[in-house]
Design a protein around this ligand. Structure first.
Ligand code: GAL
Length: 810
């Protein structure tokens, strides 16, 4: 039975229908909308081209490639590249992309759009020589309509000019090109608009959830419509449904229909069980389906409380998050879903439950994965407003574009259950200026006009009461970058306000490098200082969590404060992964960051296990450093552990004593006179052994070991296998300082998409088939071509026993 509840006229003049219905409908299989992967077979030319958009231009000699593509990552590192080492020391420039395609004559009555998930930066797009638009923001997703300019049944040409030549324009590595996916979307003339649905869950408890759903429809032909919507659970069962008939047509895209659903006994979306429903909407004209559209739905509720902190579905939950930039190490900025998923899996295993998309809108695939894998996302918009941070950054475009860019971000991302916080800016230089009193409320107004279900924050490096953004009253959560020594004073400073640590820590480490003594903290005074002359000659940084910048703190010191107070709702550590650019505390020859808990290749640094011991239920016993030193040297041995009362350390069978964490300790330490042999740690609870770990002094490099993260991969041309390359001695011990050059060879339908070793100073290309090991490890990333079959991956190195591994692409 159909029950029409109300028909309301919106003040905006939009038609708004409010409706609940319980009409069963099934059996429609007609496909009304096509979303085609448009990544294949683009021609690319690095450098500017006169009239590169001209249809008649012969681009046959241009390089043929598939998107996503980042041309910077293919370039050579140089301190003279205009991006500077802060921007990753790789080249920028101008690039052109062209693609020819046909649209069937049968699509003549359709609407055709091209969707770009992100182009860095300043893109101009033409179809058949017609200019569609310019978009300066390198991180925003955008759409152009192609319909009026297409040759239906004939050949069409898309041309894209990407201009990343004016640099520096970023404080980190940006990449260059069409580095995210592109889609060709075809719909009927009456169809759901771009980002045209909005789902919210205003009332949720264990028994029932109310689901509000808004649909914006482009009704170009002014037809009379019906809407049929179902909510399906994860197994495809319909758990709620509703219809809306006689939607009054409007020729523009302003029909907004509202439906309200009830889901009984909902499975709530949480970080432990990220349960997803799907809202599937069909638009019908004269009982014929003209559009079908799927919106993800996670049913959850959350709260930020000034005293108790964050809670999800009524249960207190500290947000244990990390900040990350968008690059994927040796893959550069070119987005790859598997590479993102691997990063999230590594973080999840550490106990991390939050991601801050610093400092820009992320790839849509990241949010899809966060929905599926259970991460709380702080979705960030800007790193600057009207004032510059680096000379040619977004401040040049802010005035003209901020409204459009921010609106597009919110419209694109607001249906993701993982998105819990909007951030409208990171360390905005105008924090201290009265212009913030105007801009912050304006930005918050833009966000709230499109979504009122999530709080807004800014990441403030000056969170004191002189901060004009906070003073403006526009933000819901007071975001602190660093200043953990000030956390305890928060409520005295901001009575009744809600806290979030938008950015913390900035500990510095090189994986596998250790300087003694481990318990003296080194502070790098300022990012604006000249490169450090008192650092290590090879630009390495000790991995004992004892090196920090002046504005940050060590991992342990920060976490100790964080865990102490409930009102500290959560934190986002700078950073989960190392990233290209910002090589603080050094500069050239370093070209990537030292801030990651995990290195650029995806190998965890030791501090990863401190978090794992604190943030998960996984039994942990991790000891550091390696056991290859000069005899007689004093070496500090640390252990991170949980699920135990004590750890005993043995050197060559002789006990070096039992240690227990006391007070707020997060590790135990022994100061040991080094002698080669076996270091063994045993953790015990109530006298019973929990875990045992051994490290042996390694001999000379003798062989290679290969470990693939996945041996079965999809033959879809995009899937990846990450192969860890270990240099071992003859007894199978990792050689902790091995730097052997390893050559890779592939037999089968695949190629090497990137190689790395996590070394911040290495200037070899990421796009070759060899890599030196760094502190014993290297990485090769194998990408399938779109063909099934076996792939044999072989690694050889002079003087070492080679290794191979067989992958299956299906
Ligand atoms: C913060 C900034 C980050 C990064 C970090 C390095 O102040 O927000 O983008 O630069 O410092 O410690």
């Amino acid at each position: 039975m159909l029950i029409k509840k109300a028909l309301l006229q919106r003040t905006l003049g939009l038609l708004c229908l409010y409706f609940i219905a319980l009409l069963p409908f099934k059996g429609y299989s007609q496909e009304a909308r096509s979303i085609a992967d448009f990544d294949k077979d683009w021609h690319f030319h690095l450098g500017d081209v006169n009239d590169g958009q001209t249809t008649s231009l012969n681009d046959a000699s241009w390089r043929l490639l598939n998107l996503p593509h980042d041309w910077s990552i293919e370039g050579k590192f140089s301190k003279d590249n205009p991006a500077t080492p802060e921007g990753g020391a790789l080249p920028g420039g101008i690039g052109w992309y062209r693609k020819t395609f046909t649209v069937p004559a049968s699509s003549k009555n359709k609407l055709v759009y091209i969707d770009f998930d992100g182009v860095y930066q300043k893109s101009d797009v033409w179809v058949n020589g017609h200019h569609l638009g310019f978009r300066p923001n390198g991180y925003i997703s955008f759409r152009y309509e192609l319909t009026p300019y297409l040759n239906f049944g004939g050949k069409n040409t898309i041309a894209v000019k990407v201009d990343n030549s004016v640099q520096p324009n970023s404080r980190w590595y940006s990449g260059s090109g069409i580095y995210r996916n592109v889609w060709l979307v075809t719909t009927n003339k009456t169809a759901i608009d771009h980002w045209g649905t909005y789902v919210t869950t205003p009332q949720v408890d264990e028994k029932s959830a109310k689901v509000n759903f808004e649909i914006k429809i482009r009704n170009a032909e002014g037809q009379k419509l019906s809407l049929k919507t179902v909510i399906e659970n994860q197994t495809g069962e319909v758990v709620s449904e509703g219809s809306l008939d006689d939607v009054v047509p409007s020729k523009d895209s302003s029909v907004i229909a509202k439906q309200v659903f009830t889901v009984e006994n909902p499975v709530l979306w949480s970080v432990e069980r990220p349960y997803l429903y799907r809202v599937i909407t069909k638009v019908l004209v004269n009982s014929k389906i003209v559009d079908e559209y799927t919106t993800p739905l996670g049913i959850r509720y959350f709260n930020f409380d000034a005293d108790k902190g964050f809670s999800l579905n009524g249960k207190p939950l500290k947000i244990l998050g990390v900040c990350d930039h968008h690059d994927l190490g040796s893959l550069g900025a070119a987005v790859n879903t598997r590479a993102l998923e691997r990063q999230l899996q590594i973080l999840k295993a550490m106990g991390c439950n939050g991601i801050r998309t610093s400092h820009n809108p992320p790839a849509p695939e990241l949010l899809d994965l966060c929905d599926k894998m259970g991460f709380i996302v702080m979705d960030e918009a800007f790193d600057c407003w009207e004032w510059e941070k680096v000379k040619y950054d977004y401040h040049l475009y802010f005035k003209e574009w901020h409204k459009r860019d921010l609106e597009d971000q919110i419209l694109r991302d607001r249906n993701h259950p993982s998105v819990i916080i909007w951030s409208i800016g990171n360390e905005i230089p105008q924090q201290g200026d009265s212009t913030a009193l105007r801009i912050a409320p304006e930005l918050a107004g833009i966000v709230h006009s499109l979504d009122t279900t999530r709080p807004i924050t800014t990441a403030n490096d000056r969170p004191d009461t002189s901060n004009k953004i906070i003073k403006s009253g526009a933000i819901d959560l007071v975001g602190y970058n660093y200043h953990e020594f000030d956390y305890a004073k928060f409520h005295a400073r901001y009575p009744g306000k809600k806290f979030i640590a938008t950015e913390t820590t900035s500990g510095l480490e090189t994986r596998g490098h250790y300087d003694m003594p481990s318990d003296s903290i080194r502070v790098w005074p300022s990012r604006y200082d000249k490169p450090f002359t008192d650092g290590n000659k090879d630009n390495s940084v000790s991995a004992y969590d004892n090196v920090r910048p002046a504005w940050g703190s060590t991992h342990e010191a920060t976490w100790k404060v964080m865990k102490k107070y409930d009102f500290l709702s959560g934190m986002f550590i700078w950073t989960g992964f190392d990233y290209l650019g910002e090589p603080t505390p050094y500069s050239w020859p370093s070209r990537s960051s030292y801030f990651g808990i995990v290195d650029l290749a995806g190998f965890p640094k030791d501090i990863y296990y401190m978090y794992q011991s604190e943030w998960t239920n996984t039994p942990v016993l991790h000891i550091l450093p390696h056991w290859n030193w000069t005899p007689g040297k004093t070496v500090d041995v640390w252990a991170f552990y949980n699920h135990a009362d004590e750890v005993e350390l043995f050197l060559n069978g002789k006990s070096l004593g039992v240690k227990k964490k006391t007070g707020d300790d997060l590790h135990v330490m022994w100061r040991v006179k080094y002698e080669p042999g076996t270091l063994k740690a045993v953790s015990r609870k109530d006298g019973k052994v929990v875990l045992t770990r051994e490290i042996h002094t390694a001999g000379k490099p003798a062989k290679i070991e290969l470990i693939a993260d996945r041996k079965n991969i999809k033959a879809d041309g995009k899937d990846l296998s990450f192969i860890t390359v270990k240099i071992l001695d003859k007894d199978g011990n990792l050689v902790p300082d091995a730097d052997n050059l390893v050559n890779f060879e592939i037999n089968g339908s695949a190629f090497i998409a990137g190689v790395d070793n996590g070394d911040e100073v290495n200037h070899d290309s990421f796009k070759v088939n060899y890599r030196k090991a760094f502190n014993g490890l290297a990485l090769a990333i194998v990408q399938t071509k779109a063909k099934a079959g076996n792939i044999t991956f072989t690694a050889t190195s002079k003087g070492l026993q080679p290794a191979n591994i067989v992958l299956q692409a299906k």
